[in-house]
Design a protein around this ligand. Structure first.
Ligand code: SF4
Ligand code: SF4
Length: 374
């Protein structure tokens, strides 16, 4: 069978399985991607602790290391809905659309079925993935003609904008590659201007340490200016995607996803009080469940600070005495934001018992700010 006929059968079967987009590319090393990751690390756009080591970088950018006999890659995407959640308002924290269910797992299940079809139909070897940490998926999707890089660093598809997750099947089958998509952002820079933290210093470059999408999943002290811009985010950030014109005209998706559905928002009261066992249960099978529960609690504290909701105040006050210094630090800041000058007794009380020098220094600064106000 010719490469073109095999490609046609793969596309047809993929569509039957509910895969929203399929493109083909060769399996050569992703040399440009390697160079741009190295440049981003050396410029500090990727923090040192997140920088891939030599082995990880080689695996990210060398498809052959995942399947020795590889000749082609079937790149695929699955679209997800990105509507504003039903329940919002001061008592809720918003979950970014890409993680309201485990779309990666859903796509991987479909790709595994497609790979089984390919094995049976063509007697080939295959390996199916759907997760960035294993192989650099965005450059593969771009090479396979599924989309182009937006200035916010995400892949934008013609039909579904950037509201997609990516995956791929590596195969030793010789397939006909697709041409790259001839499109780009043009002179648009809406996302660059809309990013609340200025995390896009130049087109296609996102500074991770300023990106809420990145920070909301990491155990970090959130910089003070970024805490001020946090708003109602509980996990992830989609502002630069929400404003993109390609997402205004995207095709709508409504399919139910059976894995890890957590909804578009969560009551902040729940997120502030959830113990670790409940967290594991609630986020089992969702990417959020792979994070430490304290990370979501910290995010909830920041969202509560922005909510202005009196009902949440006692819960945040309780967290100012949490054993975890990250939670105490953000909670004390939140109390300052929620109560203004009347937060002084709580901040002074915290100073009298706090042992962590960095928290002591920050609380002193918060108190100094209050003195300036009075
Ligand atoms: S995800 Fe949010 S913080 Fe990150 S670049 Fe986009 S708008 Fe900025
Ligand atoms: S908002 Fe404009 S610049 Fe940003 S990704 Fe979309 S088209 Fe490109």
């Amino acid at each position: 069978m010719s490469g073109a006929s095999a490609t046609r059968l793969i596309r047809e079967r993929g569509a039957e399985l509910g895969v929203d987009g399929i493109g083909i590319c060769d399996a050569g090393p992703l040399t440009e991607t390697r160079t741009s990751i190295e440049a981003a690390v050396s410029r500090g756009l990727i923090p040192p602790e997140e920088a891939p080591g030599e082995r990880a970088l080689a695996r990210l950018t060398t498809p052959k290391l995942h399947l020795k006999s590889i000749r082609s890659i079937v790149s695929a995407y699955q679209a997800y809905p990105a509507d504003r959640p039903d329940e919002t308002g001061p008592l809720y924290g918003v979950i970014a659309p890409y993680t309201r269910a485990n779309y990666y797992k859903d796509l991987k299940a479909r790709l595994q079925e497609l790979a089984a079809f390919m094995n049976e139909q063509f007697g080939c070897k295959t390996k199916a993935f759907s997760c960035y940490v294993t192989l650099a998926e965005k450059p593969i999707a771009r090479k396979a003609g599924l989309g182009f890089y937006g200035k916010n660093g995400v892949i934008i598809t013609r039909q579904h904008g950037s509201c997609v997750v990516l995956g791929e099947i590596l195969t030793d089958l010789e397939l006909d590659p697709d041409p790259p998509l001839e499109a780009d952002c043009g002179s648009c820079r809406i996302c660059v201007d809309a990013c609340p933290t200025g995390a896009i210093p130049e087109p296609h470059m996102v500074e991770r340490n300023r990106c809420i999408q990145f920070l909301s999943g990491r155990r970090r002290v959130i910089p003070l200016d970024i805490r001020d811009m946090w708003q109602d985010r509980l996990y992830g950030c989609s502002t630069c995607q929400d404003v993109c014109p390609f997402n205004q005209s995207r095709a709508q998706v409504s399919r139910a996803v059976p894995h890890g559905s957590v909804g578009g928002s969560i009551a902040l009261e729940d997120a502030l009080t959830m113990d670790d066992a409940l967290f594991q249960k609630r986020f089992e099978d969702n990417q959020i469940g792979t994070r430490e529960p304290a990370i979501l609690r910290r995010n909830a504290v920041l969202a509560a600070a922005h909510s202005g909701a009196e009902a949440l105040l006692p819960l945040v006050i309780k967290l100012t005495r949490d054993p975890d210094p990250m939670i105490r630090r953000h909670s004390l800041w939140a109390i300052r934001k929620m109560r203004g000058p009347s937060s002084a007794p709580i901040l002074r009380g915290a100073l009298s018992v706090e042992k962590e020098p960095e928290i002591i220094a920050e609380v002193k600064t918060l108190l100094d700010g209050l003195d300036t106000l009075s």
